[in-house]
Design a binder for this molecule. Structure first.
Ligand SMILES: [Zn+2]
Length: 363
């Protein structure tokens, strides 16, 4: 069944068109032509006059939650999620099959040191503990056999915490082994020193931002030179600062904000992620948190266009999702209809008038 949206402006890839177009799609977008030139194909017809068609949003850091949490996120415009830690793997498969589910990439169980916080306290299996560079192959075979789309690595900072930490040689073996299997790596890093460990190992995407101090310029320059991508999860860093640091929370969060400012200014691609989860420890709400994250990114000095890219085409590129992220013929029909131009005010994205996932109307 082909849906036709008539007379709509598009906002995609950092550009809002001045002329309206007609757009047709099934699971993928099949037509984008000047308004008034397309005869509807017999399916639903939507009058887009005065509205904007925007690519569905991508949250590059979530943990799967209840089906209700995920479906409310889809209604809030999040059409793709990158799950960076869920156990068991059967939960990922279940969520993927649910009607109206978002597109889902999943790492399953993150790699961490044996006896890590993830294993000892957060319920991840012993098999996710990686004891050495040689053991990395066992872990990666296990992840690949269970359908992981990418590899998540917990990089702790031995100088900042007593919890068991992976050594750089093991992290490097995980990164190299993942790359040889065609999988990208994302590492959890929450101190400036752990960013350096991630860079030493060649991790593709570093997630979170330090609260202890802003990232030094040398680290940021190295990220830009190595092509490392940042998913800072400011909304989670603010929640962590408030939960743990009392009246030092604001100053600590400002360190995270300053790091994002430095990364973006240096040309490091910054993508939008939230660490959305439903644990009681530091809950962050799926869906609405991504809208908050976009506004926090804007507050660091990113333009509205850069913020929208961080949650659409930039996020897609970071994870090799070449089939989505823009309103363009041939790409997946993951689409939002908004009443305002997101390049004028990204807050309009928080209440889309309609959402399609792979061409299926959600709300
Ligand atoms: Zn996380």
């Amino acid at each position: 069944m082909t849906t036709t949206i008539r007379n709509v402006r598009t906002s995609s890839g950092g550009v809002t068109t001045t002329e309206a177009v007609d757009v047709e799609f099934d699971e993928h977008i099949s037509t984008v032509r000047p308004a008034g030139t397309v005869a509807p194909a017999g399916g639903p017809v939507v009058d887009g006059t005065g509205q904007f068609l925007v690519p569905g949003l991508i949250d590059t850091h979530v943990h799967l939650g209840s089906p209700a949490a995920l479906s409310s996120a889809v209604r809030a415009g999040v059409t793709t999620m990158v799950d960076l830690g869920t156990h068991p793997d059967s939960l990922v498969d279940e969520q993927r099959r649910a009607p109206g589910a978002p597109g889902l990439l999943s790492a399953g169980s993150a790699a961490s040191a044996p006896g890590s916080t993830q294993i000892a306290r957060m319920g991840f299996p012993d098999a996710s503990g990686v004891s050495s560079a040689a053991d990395a192959e066992r872990y990666l075979d296990w992840r690949a056999a269970n359908g992981s789309d990418l590899v998540k690595i917990i990089i702790e900072d031995p100088d900042a915490t007593d919890v068991p930490a992976l050594v750089v040689a093991t992290i490097t073996a995980l990164v190299d082994g993942a790359r040889s299997r065609g999988l990208r790596t994302v590492a959890h890093v929450v101190t400036a020193a752990s960013f350096v460990r991630g860079l030493d190992a060649g991790v593709d995407i570093l997630t979170h931002a330090p609260l202890d101090r802003p990232l030094p310029d040398a680290t940021v320059r190295r990220m830009a030179a190595q092509g490392t991508i940042a998913s800072p999860t400011l909304v989670m860093m603010r929640a962590m600062a408030r939960a743990r640091l009392g009246d030092r929370a604001d100053a600590a969060f400002e360190n995270a904000v300053e790091s994002v400012r430095r990364m973006h200014t240096a040309g490091v691609p910054v993508v939008a992620g939230t660490d959305a989860n439903e644990t009681p420890f530091a809950p962050v709400r799926h869906g609405e948190a991504l809208h908050e994250e976009m506004l926090l990114l804007r507050d660091t000095g990113m333009t509205n266009g850069a913020v929208l890219t961080a949650a659409t085409d930039g996020a897609a590129a970071a994870f090799g999702l070449h089939d989505r992220g823009r309103v363009e013929v041939g790409l997946r029909a993951d689409l939002l209809l908004t009443t305002g131009d997101p390049l004028v005010d990204p807050a309009v994205l928080a209440q889309p008038g309609a959402v399609w996932v792979g061409g299926t109307l959600i709300s």
